[in-house]
Design a protein around this ligand. Structure first.
Ligand code: NAP
Length: 340
């Protein structure tokens, strides 16, 4: 099969190659991949900021395709069939329930083959059918970002009247925006340009804050909410914003902690965490069941993932370069296979 390998942890380490086709083992299905989509974690793997990968490896955690073969016994144990359009989950051993270390050791695009290949063999229990209204590139955007955003909105029990603060217009934020609006929440979106804020407004964001013009965006959140603050802050940035996220949260609010694009270390006001009885919730993507629920919500609300650009298979370097620039994309970057 055709594949792209990352031969070393470097943005110049992507190489097109030909490898033996994988075969589905017991409990597995063979998926012909049709598209992949980048996450920040793919950039972190390619720049040696996320451990676990052994090089050379097939990168990119997220993808979508169709089932072309079933491994032994699969028909008996799982509801998958040849020809089904599917999304293989990022963490294929975490089927449901709480996070346990043993369930997240194997990660596609890090410790397992990723999506820059024609075929991949994955556990049958880890694939989720693609909603009919999405194409393969849109489907490829779902496992990491949509699952995480869904878990954020669900963790804070977002409902009509809830106030949700989102930082930036990256993949996680825009899925969170779409899920929060589908749940009836008021959304405050902070981004670095008027143009991106306008994209957010068109997706339903109620209040827009330019965090470059207004670095004290937490104060802006307090102004907008008449001093009450946000029920949920999706903390997709990390060190650069964490302290302000705590300020922006309402009493009893949730700071859903997922991101490190703005660094992994922060100085925080622990008194504010205590006095407001905040829920600081860490999240590590989620289970197959979480992805399945997110996909059900996407199907029910006919949510369309926001794809900034679609690159060809031979343009994978360009897609990584855009992600590495930071802040030049809105939503997701997809890589479409030749047949996609
Ligand atoms: N732990 C988990 O479960 C989990 C799961 C998924 C992702 N993540 C992490 O979550 C983070 C975001 O992922 P992603 O895929 O959405 O990334 P992304 O698509 O690259 O988006 C990142 C966005 O962050 C915004 N940003 C950067 N600095 C900011 C600042 N100081 N204030 C406000 N916004 C800022 C920018 O938005 P603008 O361009 O609009 O300004 C940028 O586009 C990454 O660190 C990723 O690894 C974690």
């Amino acid at each position: 099969m055709h594949a792209i390998q990352l031969v070393a942890p470097s943005l110049s380490g992507l190489r097109r190659t030909v490898l033996a086709d994988p075969q589905p083992g017991p409990g597995e299905v063979l998926v012909r991949l049709r598209a992949a989509a980048l996450n920040y974690i793919d950039l972190a793997v390619a720049t040696e900021r996320f451990p676990g990968a052994r090089f050379p490896m097939i990168p990119v955690s997220d993808g979508a395709g169709e089932v072309v073969a079933l491994g032994p016994d699969v028909e008996d144990v799982e509801d998958v069939r040849v020809g089904m359009r599917v999304v293989p989950h990022f963490m294929p051993d975490w089927h449901s329930g709480p996070l346990e270390q043993r369930r997240v050791r194997r990660m596609r695009g890090i410790t397992l083959p990723g999506s820059l290949a024609e075929y991949v063999a994955v556990p049958a229990a880890s694939v989720v059918p693609l909603p009919a209204h999405l194409d393969f590139a849109q489907g490829a955007t779902l496992p990491v970002a949509a699952t995480t955003a869904w878990n954020a909105v669900r963790s804070a029990q977002v409902r009509p009247g809830s106030v949700v603060v989102l930082l930036g217009t990256g993949g996680v934020s825009l899925f969170a925006l779409q899920f929060a609006k589908a749940s009836g929440a008021t959304v405050i979106l902070a981004s670095s340009s008027e143009e991106k804020l306008e994209r957010g407004r068109r997706l339903g964001a109620d209040h827009l804050v330019d965090y470059v013009a207004r670095p004290d965006w937490d104060a802006a959140v307090m102004d907008i909410t008449s001093g009450r603050g946000a029920d949920l802050v999706v903390e997709s940035v990390g060190g650069a914003t964490f302290a302000r996220s705590i300020t922006a949260a309402a009493v009893g609010g949730t700071v859903f902690t997922v991101g490190f694009v703005g660094g992994a270390h922060a100085q925080v006001d622990v008194l504010a965490i205590m006095s407001k009885a905040l829920r600081i919730v860490g999240n590590n993507t989620g289970s197959v069941a979480d992805l399945r629920e997110a996909v059900r919500a996407i199907a029910a609300h006919r949510i369309e993932p926001v794809i900034d650009r679609r690159f060809g298979f031979d343009e994978a370097d360009d897609a990584y370069a855009v992600l590495a620039e930071g802040r030049t994309h809105v939503g997701k970057l997809a890589i479409v296979h030749e047949r996609g």
